[in-house]
Design a protein around this ligand. Structure first.
Ligand SMILES: [Zn+2]
Length: 240
């Protein structure tokens, strides 16, 4: 689904619109001068549903030149091997995520009781915090946003005259945040990551679940800060 001149929403599972496999995170394409950068790879189940979106949007798989991973949770990364093979794209991953991806296995969130495993998925490029790199000819700047897990990055891009933040699983419309039981989840660190974003300007937010925010996205940041502060004070997480 094309959201703007240069942003496409091509995957989203049950914690969101449900137009691709239930386990999929949101999967986006950002159009750059040399093709497309895919943001996150989904869970790898029923990839034909993502493929169908590509066809409807007139995107050929081989035009996807980069697969940019926000963090190594299964719903974001398990599809990366499939899409690398299908497209010939390079996988870019946060340096901390790369360790999990190389190893494969059952990494967090580890709550799935069904023996679910991830094949080793060596990234082609390891991205450092603060680094600006070209993906499909598009300049992306990585920002380390720990809290949901220790190694998560967000990526800033300038697209269609707007500053865009692909934030992984940091926060969503209305200030919703998700903190799982993975050992490297930490609400105090989560809060620091949210506070850090107050110094950045962005009007478009492409989160890993729920739905994208195409204007005035920064308005949702103070709501997320309030939410994590409520949780830190021992109150239950926001419903919905
Ligand atoms: Zn996650």
């Amino acid at each position: 689904m094309r959201l703007s001149e240069s942003i496409y929403w091509i995957g989203g599972g049950s914690v969101g619109p449900g137009f691709t496999a239930a386990g999929d995170c949101n999967v986006y394409l950002l159009r750059g001068p040399e093709g497309y950068a895919m943001v996150d790879a989904g869970c790898g189940e029923r990839p034909e549903l993502i493929e169908r979106q590509l066809a409807w949007d007139g995107v050929k798989p081989h035009e996807i030149k980069a697969i940019v991973i926000t963090h190594a949770h299964w719903d974001h990364v398990k599809g990366a091997n499939y899409w690398r093979e299908r497209t010939g794209a390079k996988i870019y991953a946060p340096e901390g995520a790369a360790e999990y991806m190389l190893r494969g296995g059952q990494y967090a969130p580890e709550a799935r009781p069904d023996g679910y495993r991830i094949d080793p998925t060596p990234p082609d490029e390891r991205i450092a915090a603060g680094e600006t790199f070209a993906a499909a000819g598009l300049n992306l700047t990585a920002i380390h946003l720990p809290g949901h897990c220790a190694h998560m990055f967000g990526f800033f891009a300038e697209l269609d005259g707007a500053r865009v933040l692909a934030c992984g699983d940091l926060f969503y419309w209305g200030g919703k945040v998700t903190v799982f039981l993975n050992p490297d989840a930490d609400r105090a660190i989560f809060r620091q990551s949210l506070l850090r974003l107050r110094d950045e300007s962005f009007s478009v937010l492409l989160p890993g679940h729920r739905y994208p925010v195409m204007q005035q996205a920064q308005q949702h940041l103070p709501l997320a800060i309030e939410e994590i502060e409520r949780q830190l004070a021992g109150q239950p997480a926001m419903r919905g």
